[in-house]
Design a protein around this ligand. Structure first.
Ligand code: F6P
Length: 258
């Protein structure tokens, strides 16, 4: 029976990876909307993926924030070896969300659990155009930013557009505009409609979507029925080397809609 279950999941993983035209898909049984432990299992898969994927030498791992990533970070285990050294950085400025789920905190926790190094990026999530350009000139920000741009790995989540806009306290008008543009997904500060087209960009400091196109290791972690639209939309144009780590509830629902 166990073998059959394994094979069943294996099939589902292959189907989903083929549907999104990405390198790999890993599916945890259950529904992360209802079972917290499923997110812990995402974390264990992220840990395994990092253990296998990160090459010897110096790695820079860029990490996004959010509740999923905060839980994932708790499950990372030591990644250092005599030959492999890892530096963790927040993928983007994320001050503005609750402290425990900011990219700075999540990447710091991952670094501690991985026995790696960490650099923080002290910039707010929402920035005026003017402040953005001023901060870019700040030496302490520039040096961390240069490291972020050299990252060879990124671990991120995918969120629901309107939910994320509200969580980041975007204005009513901005939220109305997002709804008019049919935004359903958010990742890296970009909002996407159901076709995977970018409909809004938040001016933020850090990784851009262009930066991740050529990054060797891209791990996307998101599950739960509630995120089906968001995952489907974002994955339409995700980089081909992406590994999607999700759950059975999301996977079944996504494949049902095809
Ligand atoms: O704000 C950081 C972020 O990673 C977003 O890019 C993403 O949409 C969101 O968090 C996911 O948050 P959660 O895991 O709480 O759904």
């Amino acid at each position: 029976l166990l073998m059959e279950q394994f094979t069943g999941m294996d099939q589902l993983e292959k189907q989903l990876a083929a549907l999104f035209n990405i390198e790999r898909c890993l599916i945890v049984s259950g529904n992360s909307d209802e079972q917290e432990k499923v997110i812990g299992e995402f974390g264990e898969l992220v840990d395994e993926a990092l253990q296998r994927q990160l090459p010897d030498g110096r790695n820079i791992i860029a990490v996004m924030g959010g509740t999923t990533m905060a839980e994932v970070a708790r499950h990372v285990s030591p990644l250092e070896t005599a030959k492999r050294h890892n530096l963790f950085v927040p993928a983007r400025g994320g001050i503005g969300e609750a402290v425990s789920i900011q990219a700075n905190s999540v990447s710091a926790l991952m670094a501690a659990n991985a026995h790696g190094e960490h650099r923080a990026l002290y910039v707010p999530e929402q920035l005026s155009e003017e402040a953005y350009h001023t901060l870019l000139k700040e030496p302490s920000i520039r040096s961390v930013l240069a490291m972020i741009k050299e990252a060879n790995c990124v671990v991120h989540s995918i969120g629901r557009a309107v939910h994320m806009a509200a969580r980041r306290k975007m204005s009513e008008e901005e939220i109305v505009r997002l709804k008019q543009k049919n935004a359903v997904a958010e990742s890296f500060g970009y909002f996407f409609d159901e076709h995977g087209a970018i409909v809004h960009k938040v001016p933020r400091i850090g990784l851009s979507l262009e930066d991740i196109q050529k990054m060797p290791t891209v791990l996307a972690v998101a599950g739960g029925k509630s995120k089906v639209k968001a995952i489907t939309a974002y994955m339409k144009n995700a980089p081909k080397q992406t590994w999607l780590i999700t759950d059975e509830a999301a996977a079944n629902e996504i494949l049902k809609g095809t």
